[in-house]
Design a protein around this ligand. Structure first.
Ligand SMILES: Nc1nc2c(ncn2[C@@H]2O[C@H](COP(=O)(O)OP(=O)(O)OP(=O)(O)O)[C@@H](O)[C@H]2O)c(=O)[nH]1
Ligand SMILES: [Mg+2]
Length: 351
């Protein structure tokens, strides 16, 4: 899973990126930071792998990973006729979801926090960027039509609906099922991407959040003390645990954000395991066994026969796979089976 960190200049994107990844990328001191994306991979904490590894003693244990991209550069203003920076778009288009960092601390250059205004400014940028893409494409289709090229009515219809939503100043994510429309997939619309807010709180006293944010009506949100979490994340683990205990924190933001993003984005984990490797995989809720096989290896999808499935809980309570089988807890499932969180799966395939 790839998560893109976005937000206005100076809201703490790089600070948050460092907090979430333990990196030491340069934060901007009073002036915009050098552009260019920061990238880092983080392992998804997965306690269930410990049991599987004890059971199968594999040579290798592989966690799922989350890749964070901190792009910076959300400065071009589409409403002034400028397009969002190429570099921003190139790096943000391929991500699966957006983490919108919202400043709730006083900034020496940007002044007092105004989270609601900041949220709508960024939202507007995303909407305008998408509108520009839609209009350009429709214009292109119209030109080609004049030259006698036949259009795809499905594409024109879908783009028209998008245009309507965007012109009403709504993000495309407000349209249910938007990500599942095949003809729109190639556009990688920014405002269609799932998004959650990461409210960047100060270390000092916290200014209360406006009700529309704290109530969650604007979308899912999490709070983080970016500066503090960045410092904690850069300490050796035993020292950071000590500080956390002192401050009464039981989990680092790094873990909280990943756990919550699985929830917000409707992601689940399944496992594969053998003597070589025990491994966790990330899929969307509702993914079929056939598609899950494809996540592991394209051959497994192509030559799919059956999925041998046992839920993690059943396997754990039975203690061994053989025991789970004896108790009838191991099922043979077909292509259409919807993979559940915690399923341990052995794909049977033939190519
Ligand atoms: N008081 C306070 N300052 C913070 C916090 N987070 C970031 N800052 C400061 O705000 C400034 C900008 O932080 P960055 O993390 O570089 O912000 P950015 O969003 O990456 O900035 P650009 O890349 O320029 O858009 C730095 O001086 C940080 O020290 C915070 O939680 N509290
Ligand atoms: Mg930055």
């Amino acid at each position: 899973m790839r998560l893109g960190i976005i937000g206005l200049p100076g809201c703490g994107k790089t600070t948050v990126f460092n907090a979430l990844t333990g990196s030491t990328a340069q934060v901007a001191d009073f002036s915009p930071a050098a552009r260019g994306p920061n990238l880092a991979m983080v392992k998804v904490p997965e306690p269930r792998l410990a049991f599987l590894s004890q059971l199968y003693k594999p040579k290798k244990v592989t966690e799922a990973t989350v890749e964070y991209v901190d792009v910076g550069g959300l400065t071009g203003s589409t409403d002034k006729g400028q397009e969002l920076g190429e570099s921003f778009l190139n790096h943000i288009r391929p991500v699966d979801a957006l983490v919108h960092v919202v400043r709730n601390f006083h900034h020496p250059m940007h002044g007092a926090p105004d989270p609601s205004a900041d949220i709508s400014r960024v939202e507007t940028e995303l909407i305008l960027a998408d509108l520009l893409v839609v209009e350009k494409r429709l214009q292109r289709i119209a030109e080609e039509r004049k030259r006698g090229k036949k259009e795809d009515p499905e594409e024109v219809k879908e783009l028209g609906q998008c245009q309507e939503i965007l012109e009403a100043s709504s993000p495309l994510r407000s349209r249910p099922g938007i990500l599942e429309i095949p003809i729109l997939r190639g556009f990688s619309f920014l405002s269609a991407k799932p998004l959650f807010y990461l409210i960047n709180q100060p270390e000092e006293e916290v200014s209360p959040l406006p009700a529309e944010i704290s109530s969650g009506t604007m979308g899912p949100q999490l709070e983080i003390v970016g500066q503090l979490e960045m410092e904690l994340g850069q300490l050796p683990p035993d020292e950071s645990l000590e500080f956390m205990a002192e401050m009464g924190l039981d989990k680092l933001a790094r873990d909280r954000v990943i756990t919550s993003s699985y929830q917000f984005l409707g992601l689940v984990s399944f496992f594969t395991t053998n003597e070589q490797e025990a491994r966790a995989w990330t899929i969307r809720q509702g993914t079929t066994a056939l598609k899950a096989a494809g996540v592991v290896h394209s051959d497994m999808e192509r030559g799919f026969i059956r999925a041998e499935v046992v839920s993690f809980k059943d396997l754990e309570s039975a203690s061994t796979y053989a025991e789970a089988q004896k108790k009838g807890l191991v099922r043979l499932e077909g292509k259409e089976y919807i993979v559940q969180d915690g399923d341990v799966i052995f794909f049977r395939f033939n190519i």
